[in-house]
Design a protein around this ligand. Sequence first.
Ligand code: FES
Ligand code: FES
Length: 167
Amino acid sequence: MTEIDIQFTVNDTVKHVKAEPTRTLLSVLREDVGLTGTKDGCSSGDCGACVILQNGRVVNSCMVLAPQAEGSEIITIEGLAVEGQLHPLQRAFGETWAFQCGFCTPGMLISCYALLLSNDNPSREEILTAISGNFCRCTGYQYVVTAVQQAATEMRATTATGEVQHG
Ligand code: FES
Ligand code: FES
């Protein structure tokens, strides 16, 4: 099949790739761009391991065809840390044992990151709704709720003291 040129921005960097139009954005990100943090758990839109932000929306990248990425702004798990500093969510996940094997974690973190972009003090129910498309076979979900609320508290405090907001 003929490859087509596709251009998009991922984690603030413009990428040009050539890909067959039937390939998924997930495979392009992992195999062509080298961003393997985003995982392939099911390839069928069911598990949330492949969640990314595309133009500010949470999407399962296994359900996006590569040409649909044309011109879009993408954030993957690799985009959360800034200058070597983990995002507060990433630190909180580690501190509260919100993961075990870690396979679901990149997608889980992106879903939680998206939530905190629009809600700086989410309730337990709001967090569970935000991660309802992210399946975890290891931890249960309470530790994730704890982690998100811990990160939200830290981020609100940072904002209140006027420090530069991370992420
Ligand atoms: S790999 Fe995309 S939803 Fe499971
Ligand atoms: S930590 Fe193993 S699947 Fe979630």
